[in-house]
Design a protein around this ligand. Structure first.
Ligand code: SF4
Length: 386
């Protein structure tokens, strides 16, 4: 697949996703409506909701009987007319706890939803090649999709769940640089696409442990970094990366994972930094996680694929090694969160606890930490830092 730079204006283009996400449908878990998140309503949406409330076509079931504000105007982003208010427990006022439904969606339709609600849990990157959509696995439905065995893991075009549209996410400026191979050299977009597909292909090897996937991609990234112009194309260099796997075992201790976890926490603004909660985690990891870890390679590798695909670090970081360091950190977060689940529940790792670990890892990565700050930290690996 080749891309002509002038063929695709940045707001339009083909849509890509991972096969495991391609038929995503909201199952109304309500997580995004009860997480105490800011929900800005764009001005036309705010007017629609306000008029519908005034005309009695819309209610706010989250409000107490004595009533309360439906909108607020504090800390408004530029294009917002108002913020949707929340209850004292952090529910959106339009969330109907009894049915688990959003009454805006139910009574006015999807087009009346604030864009934040329409786009969650999609996490997109738009560049000259098109739009690349991954999901945040903080959404329980998305997290469950990591366990599916009914489709091979691959990048697919025109996924049914994501029709052509302008998706929220990282919009790469048309004049921005292509992803960096390393701090001194740019990639071309054909080579970057090949590298992205290469990373996903490595993750699709269900016989490989996630640690082997990381070790192999680290080897491959280092080989690619050695590329010099004049020795064939970078696209060819990706195509001729070795096919063998670098075997690696899961760590016996949680120490390195906790260090990578701390690096992610460093990228979280102070006001959102969660309280430290690491007591007994190394013990829980050794007792409950390690003995079960190998059984979960397939969903863990699919999680890694979701980080390799539609990577923001490709544009915000300083090279292919930074992208792989980001995958390593994501896996470390899952280890830490899996240990936390098992410690709290007092039982060995199982599917339900691993799903919660994916959710908590992505809450940190996608909703608390800053993408630029994460990429800056992970890019230190380009300077030879451990
Ligand atoms: S407007 Fe609807 S979808 Fe958006 S947060 Fe509120 S209840 Fe959820």
């Amino acid at each position: 697949m080749r891309f002509e730079r002038a063929s695709y204006p940045p707001e339009v283009g083909p849509i890509f996703s991972l096969s495991i996400h391609a038929d995503y449908q909201c199952e109304h878990s309500g997580v995004c409506c009860t997480s105490d998140w800011d929900v800005p309503a764009e001005l036309p949406i705010y007017r629609t909701l306000d008029q519908a409330m005034a005309a009695g076509r819309l209610s706010a079931p989250g409000l107490p009987n004595e009533g309360g504000p439906i909108f607020s105007r504090e800390d408004l982003p530029d294009d917002a007319g108002a913020m949707v208010a929340r209850t004292s427990t952090g529910d959106c006022v339009f969330y109907h706890r009894h049915s688990g439904l959003c009454v805006v969606h139910r009574d006015l339709g999807e087009t009346s939803l604030p864009s934040t609600c329409r786009h969650f849990p999609r996490v997109a990157v738009r560049d000259w090649r098109g739009t690349f959509i991954s999901l945040t696995h903080y959404c329980p439905t998305a997290a469950s999709m990591l366990f599916r065995e009914d489709v091979p893991l691959e990048i697919v075009e025109s996924p049914a769940a994501f029709p052509p549209a302008a998706y929220d996410g990282l919009v790469v400026d048309p004049d921005a640089w292509a992803p960096l191979l390393h701090p001194q050299m740019l990639m071309d977009l054909d080579a970057y696409s090949a590298w992205e597909r290469h990373m996903v292909r490595r993750c699709a090897d269900s016989s490989a442990s996630p640690e082997s996937v990381i070790a192999t991609l680290t080897r491959d990234a280092r080989l690619l970094r050695a590329y010099t112009p004049g020795a064939g194309s970078l696209l060819d260099a990706v195509a001729t990366l070795p096919s063998d796997l670098v075997e690696a075992s899961p760590p016996r201790s949680l120490d390195e994972s906790l260090a990578l976890f701390a690096g992610v926490i460093d990228a979280v603004p102070d006001e959102f930094t969660p309280d430290a909660d690491e007591q007994m985690l190394p013990d829980a990891f050794a007792q409950y996680v390690i003995p079960e870890w190998e059984a979960w390679s397939a969903p863990l590798n699919r999680y890694l694929a979701a980080k390799a695909f539609a990577s923001w670090t490709a544009y915000q970081g300083r090279g292919v090694l930074s992208i792989v360091r980001g995958l390593e950190a994501a896996l470390a977060l899952v280890r830490v969160e899996a240990a936390r689940q098992c410690r709290d529940n007092g039982r060995p790792l199982d599917a339900q606890q691993l799903r919660e670990a994916f959710r908590n890892a992505d809450f940190l990565l996608n909703h608390l930490a800053g993408g630029e700050e994460l990429a800056e930290g992970w890019s230190r690996v380009e300077d030879g830092c451990p």
